[in-house]
Design a protein around this ligand. Structure first.
Ligand SMILES: [Zn+2]
Length: 247
């Protein structure tokens, strides 16, 4: 599958050329012995899903140590360590393009700092957010761009515990017209026949529905999955523990 074919009118080719140029720029910097040796792909893991889960395990461990730290100085030391252990891409390289290795569709909730919970730095995750992490049209279109142009091999739909949007979808409380529209896909994902799910189950069900909707709505994503160049998974982030579990 050609990127140009997928998106038409040369947009894909132009953006890809830009990314290639940034890769070369990174290599050139390295050869010159400048401050960064990293080209754009330097942080690409061999196994993207494993890398996300490993990054999350580091975050959980960091959070635990951070909470137990006895002094501000100790917290500062832990924070410094946490960042230094990461793969950093130089701003000069990022200014010329991006080649993220995972796409995340997640909730707008303020308690999900995406890069933090997967322990990654700028240039690595392509993130789409809206309350309730549904597969809304603009979000799916953004992921088409991520996959077809930027070559992202993995998308994770990430829900979370205590999601207010899912709670609103389960409730009879009146909503504004736009909010009703926003939670409609969540309501559609729930079982019919009067069964009301507990919030935790509804959160999982909503994630699974978004995973399914991505390939139902988008031929680009469906074809990439078919061609084994894309994997789509669902996960739920536990706000209390910081842990992501696949669902
Ligand atoms: Zn939420």
């Amino acid at each position: 599958m050609q990127r140009r074919d997928l998106l038409g009118f040369g947009l894909g080719a132009a953006a890809f050329t830009m990314a290639e140029s940034a890769l070369n720029h990174g290599q050139a910097l390295a050869e010159e012995g400048k401050t960064t040796p990293y080209p754009l792909k330097a942080c690409h893991p061999a196994e993207p899903l494993q890398a996300l889960m490993d990054g999350n395990a580091r975050f959980v461990a960091f959070e635990k140590r951070y909470r137990q730290a006895g002094s501000p100085r100790e917290r500062e030391r832990l924070m410094g360590q946490y960042w230094q252990d990461n793969c950093h891409l130089h701003g000069d390289v990022l200014a010329n393009g991006q080649q993220p290795w995972a796409g995340i569709i997640t909730c707008a909730d303020s308690r999900l700092p995406t890069s933090w919970i997967f322990d990654v730095n700028p240039g690595q995750l392509f993130v789409v957010r809206s309350a309730g992490n549904t597969a809304f049209d603009d979000g799916v279109a953004s992921m088409e761009y991520a996959v077809a142009v930027l070559g992202v091999p993995l998308i994770m739909v990430l829900g979370h515990s205590s999601c207010g949007a899912v709670a609103a979808a389960l409730s009879d409380e009146p909503l504004t017209p736009l909010l009703s529209q926003l939670v409609e896909p969540i309501r559609t994902a729930m079982p019919t026949g009067g069964d009301v799910l507990a919030l935790e189950q509804a959160i999982e069900k909503n994630v699974q529905a978004s995973v399914t909707a991505l390939t139902e709505k988008s031929d680009v994503l469906a074809q990439a999955v078919e061609a084994n160049s894309l994997r789509i998974v669902g996960g739920v982030y536990n706000i209390r523990t910081g842990r992501v579990e696949l669902v």
